[in-house]
Design a protein around this ligand. Sequence first.
Ligand SMILES: NC(=O)C1=CN([C@@H]2O[C@H](COP(=O)(O)OP(=O)(O)OC[C@H]3O[C@@H](n4cnc5c(N)ncnc54)[C@H](O)[C@@H]3O)[C@@H](O)[C@H]2O)C=CC1
Ligand SMILES: O=C(O)CCC(=O)C(=O)O
Length: 447
Amino acid sequence: MKHNIEAFLNQVKQRNSHEPEFLQAVEEVAETVIPYILEHDIYRGKNILTRMVEPERLISFRVSWVDDQGKIQVNRGYRVQMNSAIGPYKGGLRFHPTVNASILKFLAFEQVFKNSLTTLPMGGGKGGSDFDPKGKSDNEIMRFCHAFMSELFRHIGPNTDVPAGDIGVGGREIGFLFGMYKKIKNEFTGVLTGKGMSWGGSLIRPEATGYGTVYFAEKMLNTKGDDFKDKNVVVSGSGNVAQYAVEKSLQLGAKVLTMSDSSGYIYDADGIDSDKLAFVMELKNVKRGRIHEYVVKYPNAEFVEGKTPWGVSCEIALPCATQNELNEADANTLLNNGCICVSEGANMPSTKEAITAFHRAKILFAPGKASNAGGVATSGLEMTQNSLRFNWTREEVDNKLKEIMCNIHDSCIKYGKEEDGYIDYVKGANIAGFVKVADAMLAQGVV
Ligand SMILES: NC(=O)C1=CN([C@@H]2O[C@H](COP(=O)(O)OP(=O)(O)OC[C@H]3O[C@@H](n4cnc5c(N)ncnc54)[C@H](O)[C@@H]3O)[C@@H](O)[C@H]2O)C=CC1
Ligand SMILES: O=C(O)CCC(=O)C(=O)O
């Protein structure tokens, strides 16, 4: 078994030697899925995982645009179309200076399993650009988005590939991208999700990833007869996912102690209540400021520069910023401080060593592909509403989201419950996600 996993990983390493994030994501899946493949005749000898780690298509393109000083800027745009066995490619766009093929391939690979877990008919993809939105004017953002879509449009479509937001791409950017797609194609279709409410968006999509992460954590706590009430929660990030993870934690009666951005974290021992959260939302979504401005408004709180928040004592940790933001030392600190539950809002925020530490301590740990799937699931619901030319109410969408998160939790138990009763949510999510895609690939033959 060990030999099979090593042989497979060596082959993937040879082909993708300069892509550490992609290799990390593949390794985590291979370690749990290869043993399952070897135990099941229908998957054995079909090279299914070898096919799944090779993107069906990887598009890279030039994005030229003019900044406010009249200078011509050039960025690199990408779309990784990873797997379309169970539906059109689906997954977000990331605008961040660190974006490269490795990061987008890891995200697209994770997306395949995540989308499968939602039970909705969506394949996996991801895209973006090394464009840095920080400090750019609205006009520059618009010109960049228009330039980006002036190439991307030929590779996507409502039945082909449906992008959405991710880091650096929110409602404003989706609007500019949609505007250019509609102009070039002369059609109004559900080609993107995360759209505004008056032009085809779904209620609850902005909230969905953060809410879903908390719904999933609550389900995990319920397996121990526990819940969010009166728990101390540490959150990283202060963007879309973090904001709504905080909102839902508050609604469930928890106390939220931290939020962060790439400059450091704020620690508010009195708790970040809904008024303080509204301040963060205005700061981040409208003023586009930095998190340290929180302590100017709330001087009882403290700003810790250049650090992540994992040293703050808590029972529940919700990493909602970015990949590899929580390492082994952080995991040990959380465990020593009494953390009992980690639910990933971000994609792959915990390193491999951190996950091993959580598993060894047998705490509740949910990998992002399960716990943050509420975002893409609600995107799937947005696609359905677009096809029906109909809108569900806030309550209807929220109930469907809750039900989907509950089903994902059940799938993780089905495939991840160990003999001693411990639930390995990583194993459960990987195998449950794999089975549906693999079955579709087998049915469709070698294509
Ligand atoms: N938006 C969505 O629906 C979904 C997002 N995700 C994941 O959630 C995470 C956050 O995404 P969003 O909230 O949408 O993005 P966002 O752009 O709204 O916020 C990103 C947050 O991460 C922080 N951040 C970025 N780089 C950082 C770094 N190097 N160190 C510390 N903090 C950093 C930013 O300051 C910001 O608070 C990402 O991993 C994303 O892939 C996962 C599922 C769906
Ligand atoms: O809503 C979507 O299509 C994409 C969400 C996403 O990028 C993710 O799940 O990581």
